[in-house]
Design a protein around this ligand. Structure first.
Ligand code: GTP
Ligand code: MG
Length: 194
């Protein structure tokens, strides 16, 4: 797949606007500021395809990108305390509406900040994905911010912090150095073929 050959398709703020998905799709979920948009830009090898911001809550809509016959969904992040109640409710409806739709969803990357234990929201998201029977993998982000020793410590701790740890595919990634990028693109190419 030539990931660089990407086009922005559209963005949606309400679940009822979401068109049915007729393409194999990969979704990027996770708490606000974890690095979803940055990961997409790295995959596409484009600096500004998906909007990135140091301020959490940058992506407030579901944004679709297309590479060949594959669709990529950049989801708004959860768990940002400063967002209003109404906005949180809208977010919940949008994400839930998205995941409950009949879509050709091949994989959800659930991004978790590698520096910290998964948050309550992360754990809730994992439960939701397991209960919905959606295929997912965890991508541990911001790998560049950890020393080799810290990486080992966090990987060890995650074995007990994550439910179903032995059954979940866990990858590590840095949008700054590109470490782990190949694992991610390989998985994507593998799940979208046929
Ligand atoms: P929302 O759209 O708010 O849900 O956030 P997001 O998950 O899309 O995060 P985004 O990609 O906008 O990145 C948030 C901040 O983290 C930005 O300042 C990024 O530059 C930074 N960031 C993202 N990935 C990495 C990474 O791998 N390493 C480092 N050091 N910083 C990162
Ligand atoms: Mg974003």
């Amino acid at each position: 797949m030539n990931f660089n050959n990407v086009t922005f398709e559209c963005s949606y703020g309400k679940p009822e606007q979401l068109p049915p998905s007729d393409f194999p799709e990969i979704a990027f979920a996770g708490r606000s500021n974890v690095g979803k948009s940055s990961m997409l830009n790295k995959i596409f090898n484009r600096r500004h395809m998906a909007r990135v911001s140091a301020t959490p809550g940058k992506t407030a809509t579901i944004n679709f990108f297309r590479v060949e016959n594959t669709r990529f969904a950049d989801l708004p992040g959860y768990g940002y305390a400063r967002v209003s109640k109404a906005e949180k409710a809208r977010w919940g409806k949008l994400i839930e509406g998205y995941f409950r739709q009949e879509r050709d969803l091949r994989l959800v990357f659930l991004l978790v900040d590698m520096r910290h234990p998964p948050t309550k929201d992360d754990l809730q998201m994992i439960d939701f994905l397991v209960e919905s029977g959606l295929p997912f993998a965890i991508a541990l982000t911001k790998l560049d911010k950890l020393s080799k020793k810290q990486r080992e410590e966090r990987l060890e701790a995650l074995k007990t912090e994550l439910p179903y740890a032995d059954q979940i595919n866990c990858l590590t990634f840095s949008a700054v150095t590109g470490e782990g990028l190949e694992n991610i693109t390989e998985i994507i190419e593998d799940v979208v073929k046929d």
